[in-house]
Design a protein around this ligand. Structure first.
Ligand code: NOJ
Ligand code: CA
Length: 559
């Protein structure tokens, strides 16, 4: 195993025993708290629910290494938690402060880390900072948000926004505040005003908040839209370009990715690094692997979106993997993300992209990619049971941009991937005894933890096998990666290598059998399958020839 450079963690003896670069070796499981497990019957998942399911996730169960919680802070809920009204506390909807501390300590006892979602680009308009800031041009919070005078008046005499910037959630990025007679900037909803990070008070307050969570034992953070924190200080209009939507009709040159962001990031990362064994992952708000790699440093990863945007095509995945390997190089560590709370479920999305009916087959093959490629895998809750998108009727839509979607503003409904975790096939799915906050998918078909636990052919069983194989073999966690030409355009294959250890992974994207050619594992050695999508993975028939079943993924090692 690669030498650890971790400083002694003081969190728990269990973690001490499992010491390593957990953010690189480990699998991070994303929980959308309101949809994971509800213990008090109010229909909303909560922290005691997560505590009750730690054994499902921990070493005695699935065997992930860390849990990333989507926002748990008090919030009016207009962007379902990403509009935070107090970053220092836990929303009573999810539980008490004591519940949170108990979650950290119970997770640590099982060797599981806790990663929080930090939403620092904006606050809710109900945050006390914004309430003070909008009330007057004077006062300690007056400059904590991005206030600007109008650029003039329109023909009706209404104030005109300062520039042409638009909101990602539709409409202009500026909202008028009559009390100040000024506009404020909001990259997302008008109820999510952007903070002015160039005000030293904002940085000090945010860093103080971060320190508070670190002191409570939090192991890391996911940083919401972090490359947007700084905008051009003069706020010039963005250049225009041809595009399908108001957002894509602009080059986002001035409303994100500013040169002094690197310094801000360095200060922030130094704060996190002053606590042992912590990590962060930044959410790149648009951008490819080159931008992600440029912002990646040791312990501080960055999401890029090529994998999540790919269709179910061997050639598309292979090209992305090769580009990532070139871009990140041996010294920078990439992330592996096939789904999250913003995108359609991977089984639904990928199967639909190739017109495949066998969604569970695609879910299992995708698991081989997620857990077999090089990088830290982020596993979105429910993917391990092959959860699929749930159709949400128009009158039940919660996702705010989806409510305003129309011909001028195309939007996918993010509710469809945020539905309750399916624990059992009973009504309520073992998620709640009450009325769920959003509708539950069809769990009777066997796509739930209880039924899948009893079926070795299930998606869950495949995830358990692949996770166990990964845990047992450092080469799969930290080895280098080279793609291999297996001679079939619907198959992707690659070698992982760590010192003398080798593993070969092959995934058949097609639904029919494919015979492929493997590289030789070396003199007097044979490739032996040790795990895969199927309980009995296919092995080579004669030395280097292997017939993969449709949608089969296999992991092999020399023996
Ligand atoms: C990115 C988050 O992933 C998304 O859910 C949210 O709506 C926006 N940031 C705004 O915070
Ligand atoms: Ca609850």
């Amino acid at each position: 195993m690669i030498e650890s450079n971790a400083v002694e963690p003081r969190t728990s003896p269990t973690i001490e025993r499992r010491r390593g670069e957990w953010w690189r070796d480990g699998v991070i499981y994303q929980i959308y708290p309101r949809s994971f497990a509800d213990t008090n019957g109010d229909g909303v998942g909560d922290l005691p629910g997560i505590i009750a399911r730690l054994d499902y996730l921990g070493p005695a169960g699935l065997g992930v290494d860390a849990i990333w919680l989507s926002p748990i802070y008090p919030s009016p809920g207009l962007d379902v938690g990403y509009d935070v009204s107090d970053h220092e506390r836990v929303d009573p909807l999810f539980g008490t402060e004591e519940d949170f501390d108990r979650l950290v300590s119970e997770a640590h006892q099982r060797g599981l880390r806790i990663v929080l979602d930090l939403v620092m680009n904006h606050t809710s308009d109900r945050h006390r900072w914004f309430e003070a800031s909008r009330s007057s041009r004077d006062g300690p919070y007056a400059d904590w948000y991005l206030w600007r005078d109008p650029s003039g008046v329109d023909r009706q005499g209404r104030p005109r926004p300062p520039n042409n910037w638009v909101s990602f959630f539709g409409g202009p990025a500026w909202a008028w505040e009559p009390r100040r007679e000024q506009f404020y900037l909001h990259t997302f909803l008008a109820e999510q005003p952007d903070l002015n990070w160039r005000n030293p008070g904002v940085e000090a307050a945010q860093f103080g908040m971060v320190r508070g969570w670190l002191e409570r034992g939090v192991d890391g953070f996911r940083l919401d839209v972090f490359n947007v924190f700084l905008k051009h200080p003069d706020m010039p209009s963005n250049p225009r370009r041809v595009g399908q939507t108001a957002w894509t009709r602009q080059v986002h040159r001035h409303d994100r990715d500013q040169p002094d962001f690197a310094d801000l990031l360095t200060r922030f990362r130094a704060l996190v690094d002053s606590y042992p064994d912590r990590f962060t992952v930044g959410e790149l708000f648009d951008g490819g692997p080159d931008r992600a790699a440029a912002l990646t440093t040791d312990r501080h990863l960055v999401f890029d979106w090529e994998l999540i945007g790919a269709p179910w095509s061997a050639r598309a995945f292979e090209a992305i993997v090769e580009r990532r390997e070139r871009t990140f190089g041996p010294d920078r560590w990439p992330t592996l993300v096939l789904s999250n709370h913003d995108q359609p479920r991977q089984a639904s999305r990928l199967a639909a992209s190739a017109g495949i009916d066998d969604v569970d087959g695609v879910a299992k093959a995708a698991a081989t990619l997620l857990l077999g490629l090089r990088g830290t895998p982020f596993l979105y809750y429910g993917e391990e049971i092959g959860m699929i998108d749930v159709a949400i009727p128009a009158d039940e839509i919660v996702d705010p941009p989806a409510r305003r979607a129309g011909p001028d503003f195309p939007w996918w409904n993010r509710d469809q991937c945020r539905t309750p975790m399916a624990w059992t096939g009973e009504p309520g799915a073992g998620f709640t005894t009450g009325r769920p906050w959003i509708r539950i998918g069809d769990v009777r078909a066997g796509r739930n933890v209880a039924d899948e636990s009893a079926d070795p052919g299930s998606v869950l069983a495949a995830y358990r096998r692949l996770l166990a194989a990964r845990r047992a073999r450092p080469v799969l966690r930290v080895g280098t990666l080279e793609t291999v030409d297996a001679g079939d355009s619907d198959v992707v294959a690659w070698i992982r290598r760590l010192g003398n250890d080798l593993a070969l992974v092959a995934v058949n994207f097609a639904t029919d059998d494919r015979r492929v050619t493997l590289p030789s594992p070396g003199a007097d050695r044979q490739w032996r399958p040790f795990a895969g999508t199927d309980p009995s993975p296919s092995g080579p028939t004669d030395g280097t020839h292997l017939t993969l079943r449709g949608l089969e993924g296999v992991l092999l090692e020399p023996s």
